[in-house]
Design a protein around this ligand. Structure first.
Ligand SMILES: Cc1cc2nc3c(=O)[nH]c(=O)nc-3n(C[C@H](O)[C@H](O)[C@H](O)COP(=O)(O)O)c2cc1C
Length: 129
């Protein structure tokens, strides 16, 4: 199965609840799971599932005008789901924010320097939030 992690920039005032409603319905149908993290300025999302399903979902998400400047941090085949079984869990800065950030740091550890730099700036935004 494919695991894909990307970050993007929020466009204007975005209704995260509405995004999550549609995401959970579609992802349950498509057997896709993952996490969506939003600090109001940036999204960070992990998608896991059947490779073709994840690619199709990501193609839809990438065309969505509610965000822009998508950067794929990690795209790899995994034997089992690593982000749990949620249809799309939501993470907001708070108690488990640090653990979530660490987990994503592990994911991007093997990525290119450019991708790591992008993630580092995201992590700094999280700490500042
Ligand atoms: C940050 C962000 C994350 C999204 N995540 C998902 C997702 O996990 N699954 C999904 O189906 N749609 C997701 N969407 C919504 C898609 O872009 C698109 O609007 C939706 O899949 C269309 O579904 P529909 O054809 O059933 O109306 C996301 C949108 C944004 C902006």
């Amino acid at each position: 199965m494919l695991q894909l992690v990307y970050i993007s920039t929020v466009v204007a005032a975005v209704d995260t609840a509405a995004i999550l409603d549609v995401s959970r319905a579609n992802n349950t149908r498509d057997r896709i799971t993952g996490l969506l993290f939003c600090d109001g300025r940036r999204f960070l999302q992990a998608l896991e599932g059947d490779t073709a399903m994840v690619e199709r979902s990501y193609a839809r998400i990438a065309r969505d005008p509610r965000h822009r400047a998508l950067v794929v941090l990690s795209r790899r085949e995994v034997a089992a789901r690593e982000f749990g079984g949620w249809a799309m869990a939501e993470r907001v800065p708070g108690a488990d924010g640090a653990a979530f950030t660490r987990r994503v740091e592990e994911l991007v550890a093997a990525a290119s320097p450019a991708v790591r730099a992008t993630f580092d700036s995201f992590a700094r935004l999280q700490r500042a939030a």
